[in-house]
Design a protein around this ligand. Structure first.
Ligand code: BGC
Length: 760
């Protein structure tokens, strides 16, 4: 089942009309009541008008409907892999199915809005919530986010796309301003939101805790009105992150519709007073209420009673999702998959084998319906006479002792192969805290190194929500990145180790060699309340490409138990107009012995740009299942936006005419197919000329160039074509208004005004 559009979208206009009619009947007090929540998880009902309460719960990778007092107990729900795992599947259809299953659990528990997905960028690998986010690449994060939203909303349950915007560090997250330039904002930090809003229309967007360029996201009319509504056409309501409202009236004026949790009359009274004092207009108040009421009415109609979800089939889906997310990082000598007909003694080392790490801490923490462990699931797949040796290797905190190491080495030595389970303990990845290091606990690293001394056949299985360093990578034969793979991750890991599943995931984030190599080192997290995004548009692979820094494992990388060959790249044209689309086709073949899936990636590189651009950017991808020996054609459609950059002068996406390379392959660093395409402009896209334009701007402007000889003549430095390089450079960069001063009266302000009129 592919979720392509919100089946409820057509009805949106009707709900909006009904909401408007209801708003016309509401008193000021009732409107103000609606705009601040009733406690932590509901809006206020308005009984007089039969407006029910809306129930909102976290998200994103499972339903966390809080029960009882406090925030720590929630109803049992399926814990799916977290976003960093799901993104490694690069499988939008699968993410849609997970979304639909999540929505079914929401229906069963009377929840109308699920608080997710989170599409923030991974600016630093140390950011504490990276496990909850998809990628360092905005296209991949946006597509995953859109698929999730379409899946959830297909079942009549809403989503809340979060955390809008530039919410990239946990340290002092409620007060640190994310300071970034307009181009960086659009090309990286807004793009995933833009894709998700335009493709999937989430019922709500959650405004983040942080200020963006010193204006709180909840009060930021540039973000909430100019971009979200005016540019992207968002129709839902904006809810604050929990506790992110500062000046609530300013929020409502800027486009906020719902304060969460409710402030028990505090904001309500301020709204009433502001309307009476004229600092909040009645029309603006209505504009805040309408989108919220629209969703309340829509949710009311789509609420299904008596829904019970099948925990078994959801667990099976969670297992499949975990399998699709596994990334095989190394497999020297084909150590994996393990042949259990041949292996008679196996050592399973590391406490995570029996007590897995499978989700992160904080508001997304789900109370799982069941948990599978890799240990139990592997035992199920072995022959009865296979001997399993086990050693915990480290403590819950990740430390190790001589005794634990000795025991692990003993067990590893006595086996034919050792699987070490390691990663990050739960206190290493938690909402509200950034990681202090890129390293795994010393105990985990020491254990892997020690086991590899005792046993030549070592495979490491990693359980972590974001990138880690691997000082032992050369010493082991295989590495399987399992991420925080949800409640059924143990089964998925066992399936992959035993060859019942062929790993097909690819990294949605770069694994750097060391923290010193990362884009915002050493200023992450910012500790001065000012997070200055000095690296600009260069994060993730865009940064490593630009700096020519070799990562440990690059973006898009992942191995398989089979091999794939790429051929016959065909691009629909050698030259295109910037308004045309272009079709790209290629062939991919499974050249190995077993069935597998390949994630085909397409990047675009601009050959010679007049603005700084990343070396290449991901523009399309597809996951293809192929039997052994099978070949398939994969096609992509590129549009103008795929060649564009964000121009801050025109506040728009602009394409430079010139040569672009289309690169296709299996990872950001393995792109065997390439094709050069000429992009031509139908209408030259020049910045308008003003008195501050440079002389060279006139020379390069279609209308301005007619006046260029006159201007350079008036300058009085002879013919710059014959002048020396320094004079030429001096003239090129001269603002045109200066010609008036330099020309000793030959060229006047009046003449300049006339020229400027003619070149518009
Ligand atoms: C988190 C949100 C979450 C909300 C409700 C906040 O602290 O940032 O992601 O949805 O709490 O639990």
């Amino acid at each position: 089942m592919i979720f392509t559009k919100d089946p409820l979208a057509q009805q949106s206009a009707d709900y909006t009309a009904k909401a408007r009619a209801l708003v016309a009947e509401m008193t000021l007090e009732e409107k103000a009541l609606l705009l601040s929540g009733d406690g932590w998880w509901h809006t206020h009902p308005v009984e007089r008008l039969q407006i029910p309460a809306l129930s909102l719960s976290d998200g994103p990778h499972g339903l966390r409907k809080v029960e009882g007092a406090g925030l720590s107990t929630s109803v049992p729900a399926t814990c799916f892999p977290t976003a960093s795992a799901l993104a490694s599947s690069w499988d939008t259809e699968l993410v849609g199915q997970v979304g639909a299953a999540l929505a079914e659990e929401c229906q069963a528990h009377d929840v109308q809005v699920l608080l997710g997905p989170g599409v923030n960028m991974k600016r630093s690998p140390l950011a504490g919530r990276n496990f909850e986010y998809f990628s360092e690449d905005p296209l991949l994060a946006g597509k995953m986010g859109a698929a999730y939203i379409l899946g959830v909303q297909s079942q009549g349950v809403g989503t809340s796309l979060k955390h809008y915007a530039a919410n990239n560090q946990e340290f002092e997250r409620m007060s640190t301003s994310s300071n970034l330039d307009e181009r960086t904002l659009h090309e990286l930090y807004l793009l995933a939101f833009e894709i998700a809003v335009k493709e999937a229309q989430p019922w709500s967007v959650m405004a983040a805790y942080n200020p963006v360029n010193h204006v709180y996201a909840t009060e930021n009319s540039f973000l909430l009105q100019d971009i979200l509504r005016a540019k992207w056409g968002f129709e839902g309501f904006v809810v604050s992150d929990w506790g992110a409202v500062h000046d609530g009236v300013a929020g409502v004026n800027a486009g906020l519709s719902l304060e969460m949790p409710g402030s028990g009359g505090y904001l309500r009274n301020k709204i009433i007073a502001a309307v009476r004092a004229g600092t909040l207009s009645p029309a603006r108040l209505d504009e805040a209420v309408v989108p919220l009421l629209t969703v309340i009415l829509k949710a009311k109609d789509h609420k299904r009673s008596g829904v019970a979800f099948d925990a078994g089939s959801h667990d099976a889906l969670a297992r499949r999702a975990a399998s699709e997310s596994l990334v095989l990082l190394k497999n020297a000598g084909g150590l994996l998959p393990l042949d259990f007909r041949r292996i008679k003694t196996i050592a399973l080392i590391g406490a995570f084998a029996k007590a897995p790490r499978y989700q992160g801490s904080g508001s997304s923490q789900v109370n799982p319906t069941r948990i599978s462990t890799a240990y139990d699931e592997l035992v199920k797949l072995m022959d009865q006479d296979t001997i399993v040796r086990y050693a915990a290797g480290y403590t819950k905190e990740g430390t190790t002792t001589e005794d634990l190491i000795e025991e692990a080495q003993l067990q590893a030595k006595a086996a034919e192969v050792a699987i070490v389970f390691a990663g990050l303990p739960s206190n290493y990845e938690c909402e509200g805290l950034d990681r202090s290091s890129l390293e795994m606990p010393a105990g985990h690293n020491q254990l892997i190194a020690a086991v590899s001394v005792a046993q030549p056949n070592v495979a490491v299985v990693l359980m972590n929500g974001s990138a880690v360093t691997m000082p032992w990578a050369e010493k082991v034969k295989a590495i399987l990145e399992a991420w925080l793979s949800g409640q059924a991750g143990g089964g998925a890991i066992a399936d992959a180790l035993a060859g019942r599943v062929n790993p097909s995931g690819k990294l949605a984030e770069t694994f750097p060699v060391r923290i010193e190599d990362t884009p915002c080192f050493p200023d992450f997290p910012a500790r001065t309340k000012e997070a200055n995004y000095g690296e600009g548009i260069f994060i993730g692979y865009r940064y490593y490409d630009a700096r020519k820094i070799a990562p440990l494992f690059p973006f898009g990388f992942g191995l398989s138990y089979t091999t794939f060959a790429y051929s016959e790249l065909r691009v629909g044209a050698t030259a295109i107009r910037e308004t045309d689309g272009v079709n790209v086709e290629l062939k991919v073949k499974n050249t190995g012995p077993v069935a597998g899936q390949e994630i085909v990636q397409l990047y675009v590189h601009e050959q010679r740009s007049n603005v700084v651009r990343p070396e290449k950017e991901l523009k399309a991808f597809a996951k293809v299942a192929l039997r052994a020996g099978e070949e398939r054609t994969v096609s992509f459609q590129l549009t103008k936006r795929d060649f564009a950059y964000y121009d801050t002068y025109r506040h728009d996406w602009i394409v430079n005419p010139g040569k672009f390379e289309i690169l296709v392959g299996s990872s950001s660093q393995n792109l065997p197919l390439g094709h050069t395409l000429e992009v031509e402009l139908t209408k030259p896209d020049c910045a308008p000329l003003t008195r501050y334009s440079l002389l060279k701007d006139f020379e390069n402007h279609p209308k301005g160039k007619a006046f260029y000889p006159q201007l350079k003549e008036a300058f009085g430095l002879g013919n710059p074509d014959e002048a020396d390089m320094a004079t030429r450079a001096f003239l090129d960069d001269m603002p045109v208004y200066k010609v008036c001063a330099f020309s000793a009266g030959r060229f006047t302000e009046e003449m300049l005004r006339e020229i400027l009129k003619e070149v518009q």
